[in-house]
Ligand binder design. Structure first.
Ligand code: COI
Length: 356
């Protein structure tokens, strides 16, 4: 059946897969909901978006994104609040970041109305896919990629904008063992590390696989020049508690401008936690661990939310942190963020975009 919502054509699937999903056991990204948004860019403008049944798309193997990497994405979440209202977390901020990524990759910006209408229509159509169990949400994955079929090295003149959603549980199920990476580099200053482009993830795979073989869950990336300062963790930003202060690497062009990072820093300041955004050196982690003033480390990201770090391996030596307690800074900020998203606490910043 085909209907119109705003200016968006909605073609519903005749075979919903919803009943096949075990909502009590949601591995991250395993199930993709029934529908997707598709819009196309050609002749210098974005066309109208459609909601289509989620499924395969036919494309030429010559599309430029496959060869030259013009592909960016976002990661967002939708929740059902305690009163049953559907919200999307920080929609505007994600739209802004997406357009910054697009600009860096010479790709056309997505107009705000196209973004908002596409998202709200899709979430409304697949509203029954939003899980309500503790720690679960509907993960939203907008992606834009060059779709012009041409082998010459050039900026594409055609693009596709697709949004998929996936009911998800926690990304990491246990405290992490991470390794400070001192050989490989995720991004250098002046590169595209701040953008959510596909290549940033592709280059991370090889060193991360090597670290996995050594028994680590993730790597902590360091600066490309000296491997002296902590950047981020690839799947999330990283934060430390040193001397009771919440400390995180200040943003550079090599670090993703994480929206969970920003949310946590904002909430922490309001909770009278001292926040420092500054360079964090590998040596400082060793020293403060020795003194006992490094008491917490955790990742912060849309998928990861707040992911405790149990062990940091530096120069081949394990530095273990105390187990996370309810009174820890990471547990307190996570609770505040979760409660606000679920409507259990006031949303002072209007971060929850409510579906009408
Ligand atoms: C996100 O947190 O949304 C990301 O894109 C990171 C990825 C590990 C899923």
């Amino acid at each position: 059946m085909e209907t119109m919502s705003n200016s968006i054509r909605v073609q519903r699937t005749s075979q919903s897969r919803l009943k096949e999903i075990d909502f009590s056991n949601l591995a991250f990204g395993q199930h993709i909901a029934d529908h997707m948004i598709v819009a196309e860019y050609a002749d210098g403008k974005w066309g109208e978006a459609s909601v289509l049944p989620y499924g395969e798309m036919t494309m030429s193997p010559a599309i430029l994104s496959l060869h030259y990497g013009q592909a960016i994405f976002e990661g967002m979440k939708a929740y059902k609040t305690s009163s049953g209202v559907i919200t999307i977390f920080r929609l505007k901020r994600h739209h802004e970041r997406m357009n910054r990524s697009l600009e860096r990759m010479c790709m056309p910006p997505i107009p705000y109305n196209l973004f908002e209408q596409s998202l709200t229509t899709l979430i409304d159509v697949d509203r029954d896919w939003i899980p309500t169990s503790e720690g679960a949400s509907l993960y939203i994955r907008p992606v834009v990629f060059a779709s012009e079929a041409r082998l010459g090295v050039k900026v594409s003149d055609q693009y596709k904008f697709v949004i998929m959603t996936s009911p998800v549980g926690p990304y990491y199920s246990k405290p992490l063992r991470v390794k400070v990476e001192e050989t490989y580099v995720r991004a250098a200053e002046g590169g595209a590390g701040f953008a959510k482009c596909a290549g940033n993830y592709g280059v991370s795979f090889y060193p991360t696989q090597m670290a996995r073989k050594e028994g680590f869950d993730q790597v902590l990336w360091t600066d490309a020049k000296e491997h002296k300062y902590i950047d981020e963790a690839g799947t999330m930003n990283v934060m430390f508690v040193i001397d009771g202060k919440l400390v995180t690497p200040r943003l550079t062009t090599a670090i993703l401008d994480g929206i969970t990072r920003d949310s946590i820093l904002t909430l922490a300041k309001e909770m009278d936690i001292v926040v420092e955004e500054r360079k964090v050196s590998v040596e400082e982690l060793i020293e403060t661990h020795k003194q006992g003033s490094l008491t917490e480390a955790f990742g912060a990201g849309t998928a990861a939310i707040v992911a405790p770090i149990a062990t940091i391996n530096i120069h081949g030596k394990d530095y273990t942190l105390p187990p996370t307690s309810e009174g820890s800074i990471q547990a307190r900020v996570k609770k505040k963020l979760t409660n606000m998203r679920l409507g259990l606490e006031k949303d002072n910043h209007e971060w929850n975009f409510t579906l009408r």
